[in-house]
Design a protein around this ligand. Sequence first.
Ligand code: SOE
Length: 353
Amino acid sequence: MKKLKIGVIGLGGIANFHIEGILASGDAEVWSICDCNEEALLAKGEELNVPPQRRYVNHLDMLKDVELDAVTIGTPNSNHFRIAYDAIKHRKPFALEKPIALDAKEAAILRQALADRPLPHMVCFSYRYKPAVRYAKQLIGQGVLGKINHVYSQYLQSWGIREDIPLVWRFRKDLSGSGALGDLGSHILDLTRVLVGETVRVLADAGTIVKERELLSGEGKGEVDVDDFCHVLARFADGASSSMSISRFAYGRGNYQQIEIYGTDGALVYNLEEEDTIHVKLVGDQQFRKVDIPASFTANQMQSFFDLLRGKGDGFDATIEDGYINQVTLDSIVQSFTEERWIAIKEEAIVNG
Ligand code: SOE
């Protein structure tokens, strides 16, 4: 079967993850690349042997290519909405990085555009492809924990501690929408939604630890106007209580995720650092024990995208609906720590999905 011709939009860090998945799959090839940085475009084009005529500085020129089958969108957050909207207009299926937009208003427009003219697509909540997450979802869905009472989550990194890191887009609200919350919290919100259920109200506290950083131009310093950390209390639709600790200033943490889920009949701990693992304590267990994850739960995000494009999706990929609910929840958390009060997640976001 002919390989899917994939255009990679945005050649920053996450593009390498997308490209790695394309090259590892026998179903697709890197057909074209796009980035506003001409140096990055040249370097990646040479590295991947992409012909110069398929190296674009403007995504619209890429989208006009009738041979192109689909695109991945891995730019800074401020470009997600526009590029995804243009991909929909040009009828090009897409894999869009999280968060899908800068705010719920942009996310709602993407959601409506796809409702009006459906198109195969995926939102890259990449930890949905961790075997531990998929197995945990099955165990919880089988009721082994009983009724869930508490969910305690952490997503911790440490790179923000380095004050020599300049004012990159992740530290600017106009380019990112929010800081650690949108970058890391979006993943935790999606995972707790996949594993437990819908969040219906939130109470948050957030702060910025390093308040200004060197401008990329080298001409002085600029304000960091997003959160370096965010702590959230939340309630699920069924009344279960949740807390989330999200930070880029957690010394010693590389890419640390932990979700502890406590039910009436058992507890389950999902952890990601070097590898993804599950520990459980169920009825009859004397202590928490690590469980082996069946190989059948192995998955790969980019292969899943290609399966989706070929009509063989497993239904576990995140859609624009998932991205929209995620964005509404992110906005509610920002509103909560800004106004210092509980905020209910807008009903229509939960009910309509
Ligand atoms: C931030 O450091 C980051 O790269 C996120 O942007 C990714 O979504 C996450 O998977 C790893 O950490």
